[in-house]
Design a protein around this ligand. Structure first.
Ligand SMILES: CC(C)(COP(=O)(O)OP(=O)(O)OC[C@H]1O[C@@H](n2cnc3c(N)ncnc32)[C@H](O)[C@@H]1OP(=O)(O)O)[C@@H](O)C(=O)NCCC(=O)NCCS
Length: 202
């Protein structure tokens, strides 16, 4: 059975649960606040901790506003939605914020637990990379909990290099260029035992 992924007016089939509705990828909007709150509440405690690096159960109004009222330039955010009972349910989100050097953006990504393993994170990451490239950025970086082996493996397969330099204990920094003329990552110490990254797929 196929789920349909709706991207820029195109529908992409991909393997998924039999009863799943088409999934739409679009930019986040200010009126997504309630849906985003529901998305975060519905994440498993493990997924919430992996996404926010804290035992967070709910988002405050201030956080919700900061996550939904974004300028889509310095703070770029996408959501994945499905139609459910006449409303849109968010089943994934990814965002980046440009940091100090104006060439780098720090990103975060999460997919609703029942929708994990369907290739949606790969779609979200591709959207972030395309947006970063179009925005003239050079690097995407992220902080991943050291125990989040699934995300770290995914990052490696997407061409990210993992380092432990300059981050808190228990956290791994992942980095890759979005500009094909640059090396895959700036010089950094690879996590001991991690395999070198494969070629970037996008
Ligand atoms: C990490 C996360 C974003 C991946 O999302 P996803 O939609 O399940 O990922 P995808 O289906 O696109 O798969 C990504 C990779 O993981 C692999 N994967 C999928 N399901 C897997 C599983 N159960 N176990 C191990 N690897 C798995 C896929 O094979 C894929 O690799 P490939 O693209 O090289 O084939 C998701 O698990 C999640 O939201 N986790 C909680 C939040 C988090 O950890 N965020 C990262 C820090 S910001």
């Amino acid at each position: 059975m196929n789920v349909l992924l709706h991207l820029a007016n195109r529908l992409f089939p991909f393997p998924g649960p039999a009863d799943a509705a088409p999934v739409t990828l679009r930019r986040v909007r200010p009126d997504d606040a309630e849906a985003l709150r529901c998305f975060v509440r519905a994440l498993s405690p493990a997924s919430r901790r992996q996404r926010f690096h804290a035992a967070l159960n709910d988002l405050s109004e201030t956080m919700l506003k900061a996550l939904t009222c974004v300028d889509q330039r310095e703070h770029v955010a996408f959501v994945l939605t499905v139609a459910e009972h006449g409303t849109e349910r968010i089943v994934g989100e990814a965002r980046y914020a440009v940091v100090g050097d104006r060439e780098t953006a720090e990103f975060g990504i999460a997919v609703a637990d029942p929708f994990q393993g369907l290739g949606l994170a790969r779609r979200l990451l591709a959207a972030l990379i395309d947006a970063a490239r179009a925005g003239g950025l050079h690097w995407l970086v992220g902080e991943v909990l050291a125990g989040n082996s699934r995300m770290l493996a995914f990052m490696r397969r997407c061409g990210f290099v993992a380092t432990t330099r300059g981050v808190d204990p228990g956290v791994v920094r992942v980095e890759r260029s979005v500009d094909p003329s640059l090396p895959p990552a700036r010089a950094g110490s690879r996590v001991p035992g991690s395999s070198p990254p494969g070629p970037p797929r996008r």
